[in-house]
Design a protein around this ligand. Structure first.
Ligand code: P1T
Length: 378
């Protein structure tokens, strides 16, 4: 079955008692048992809920994975995966990550004596150099947030396999439509379903997808034990969102490509970071491991903080907001917004400077979006 068909049908069979074509929102916290120990597979909605189960099945299929688990946010998904580690263990992580993930690593899990060794993820060898006797997990995003850098999943998976480590890939920016990390050798995929999977900026959620049964059982145990699970309505919103993922992603990419080309020629723009551009230093890798380049672009402005602020505050269609991946276009200032909590030295190393702007290109008319940017940059 092809991706578009899976997104609409897998885990979403008509409901047996009524024929409801769409998976119902099972808005219940608990399930009445016929007798002690006799039930229909559900006992309590933190442990399991049919709407969530449909989403978990569908997401696993989209990532070509065996198992899916859903969470109340992307960070709840990440937190639950990190619970596979114990005090003294270490993570080697690509250094360009969502600011909230860095905050979770540096300011929460560090308290439990889990150390993160950040490396420049553009060269797979750096992950190898970062490994110590205590390393248990390699963590990366690709493309990265906000610099749109790439990590070579296949090459890094070979290193991780040789050292018997787990490789976890945050696939939020590409979505499973454009990139399937499990097929490239990753062990675990994490998503913020808040973004492209949900697709309409109306829900916060997360997901974990994996193939190994033993690891799945462990993460599933932590999902229930920790309790960062999504409610039935939030699960339903993401389930509805993924039905149109393929058509949305095509339009996000088409718009982003045209906008990136427009921006590259603009005199007020110093640099455009978009993996679809030939000028992107990792364009060849993008072509190899992704089937499309996505809808995220970061740009550096020719100008100072004030000039950048003026542009960010002048767009009319691009809303000034955190988040990404919705149908509407958003504009964000990583330095003061999504990555504000990242230590200054870490930001400087990555190039998260005051004149960096991140765009989440929506699926509006391409020319309207270009006109909006044109007037903001004028
Ligand atoms: O916001 P939440 O659903 O908890 O997901 C966290 C997260 C994880 N991974 C990546 C790559 C992300 O971009 C995010 C959240 N990012 C934003 C809110 C943002 O504007 O970048």
């Amino acid at each position: 079955m092809e991706f578009e068909t899976k997104a609409i049908h897998v885990g979403q069979e008509p409901e047996s008692s009524t024929g409801s074509t769409i998976v119902p929102i099972y808005q219940t916290s608990t399930y009445t048992q016929e007798a002690l120990g006799k039930h229909k597979g559900y006992e309590y909605s933190r442990t399991g809920n049919p709407t969530r189960a449909a989403l978990e099945t569908a997401l696993a299929a989209l990532e070509n994975g065996k198992y899916g688990l859903c969470f109340a946010s992307g960070l709840a998904a990440t937190t639950t995966v990190l619970c596979l580690l114990k005090a003294g263990d270490e993570i080697v992580a690509g250094d360009d990550l969502y600011g909230g993930t860095i905050r979770l690593f540096d300011r929460v899990f560090s308290n439990f004596n889990i150390k993160v060794n950040y490396v420049d993820g553009r060269n797979p060898k750096n992950f190898e150099s970062g490994i110590t006797a205590n390393t248990k997990l390699i963590w990366l995003e690709t493309p990265t947030n906000p610099m749109l850098r790439l990590c070579d999943i296949k090459a890094i998976s070979q290193i991780s396999k040789a050292k018997n480590l787990l490789l976890c890939v945050d696939n939020t920016f590409a979505s499973p439509y454009f990139q399937k990390p499990l097929d490239l050798g990753a062990d675990i995929v994490v998503h913020s379903t808040t973004k492209y999977l949900g697709g309409h900026s109306d829900v916060v959620g997360g997901a974990v997808i994996l193939n190994n049964k033993e690891t799945y059982e462990k993460v599933k145990f932590y999902q229930n034990a920790i309790g960062g699970t999504p409610g039935p309505f939030d699960s339903w919103l993401v389930l509805r969102g993924i039905k149109t993922l393929a058509v949305r992603m095509k339009k996000h990419e088409e718009n982003a490509m045209k906008i990136a080309e427009f921006l590259e020629k603009h005199s007020k723009v110093k640099k455009v970071h978009y993996p679809g551009l030939k000028s992107h230093p990792q364009h060849e890798l993008a072509k190899k491991q992704m089937s499309g380049f996505g809808g995220m672009i970061s740009i550096e402005i020719n100008g100072d903080k004030e000039a950048t602020k003026k542009i960010i505050e002048s767009t009319k269609l691009f809303s000034l907001a955190e988040s990404l991946g919705g149908v509407e276009s958003l504009i964000n200032h990583p330095f003061t917004m999504t990555h504000v909590g990242v230590p200054a030295e870490h930001k400087a190393r990555l190039g998260i400077v005051e004149n960096l702007i991140r765009l989440s290109v929506g699926i509006e008319d391409t020319n309207d979006l270009i006109e909006d940017l044109k007037q903001a940059l004028a």
